[in-house]
Design a protein around this ligand. Sequence first.
Ligand SMILES: C[S@@+](CC[C@H](N)C(=O)[O-])C[C@H]1O[C@@H](n2cnc3c(N)ncnc32)[C@H](O)[C@@H]1O
Length: 209
Amino acid sequence: MPIPEKDKSFYRYTKDHRFAAMYPLLAREIIDKYGLTEGTCLDIGTGSAALAIELSKISDLEIIALDAEPEAIEMAGENCARHGVPDGRIRLVTAPVEKLPMPDGSADLILSRGSIPFWKDLASAFREIFRVLTPGGQAMVGCGFSHLQTLADVKAMRPVWSPEVLADRTRWKKGDLVAEALRQAAVGTYHIADDDYGTWVEISKPGRE
Ligand SMILES: C[S@@+](CC[C@H](N)C(=O)[O-])C[C@H]1O[C@@H](n2cnc3c(N)ncnc32)[C@H](O)[C@@H]1O
């Protein structure tokens, strides 16, 4: 589905983007949390590729920025150029999370911010993420901001949704939908982190003995 004109500013990663101050901090937090500065990182539902771009600035990770929407990937390419990311530094891929075009065990770090509310089939998505993770790899999937921001900054940034949109965007967090999808996907090693900054499903794939 093409990106509606009214939503296009969200896909343009400029200094005026409403989350512009957050992406560099989230990238820093992720690098510090997982201690990974090389290997392969897959960002699912990358949108503008803002997080991927910030990760590319502070690490040697080989980054794949993936989105189901071709227009998002086109705009992600424009954002890479806008931020001076060298050609090829971030690989841009159009594909859905439910069918990742990557070999088994090929990504050390899988990230996805703000995309899970739109996934139609959570179990297939988690199965694919777990398949593509390297043994010993980590995934962080969810919605939220960076703990390196103040809560006041987060509050100011947080979008204000109508009750209908709020219900739609938070449905994935309700009841045991995520736990059930992870069970169906045979993902046994996970933790759900939920606080005032956001909700993240953190998956770790056991390493080879
Ligand atoms: C709210 S945007 C988040 C973009 C970006 N991760 C960020 O934090 O700014 C959600 C993105 O998820 C993508 N998306 C939705 N469903 C998807 C799916 N099944 N597979 C891959 N990407 C998907 C959308 O095209 C959109 O670009």
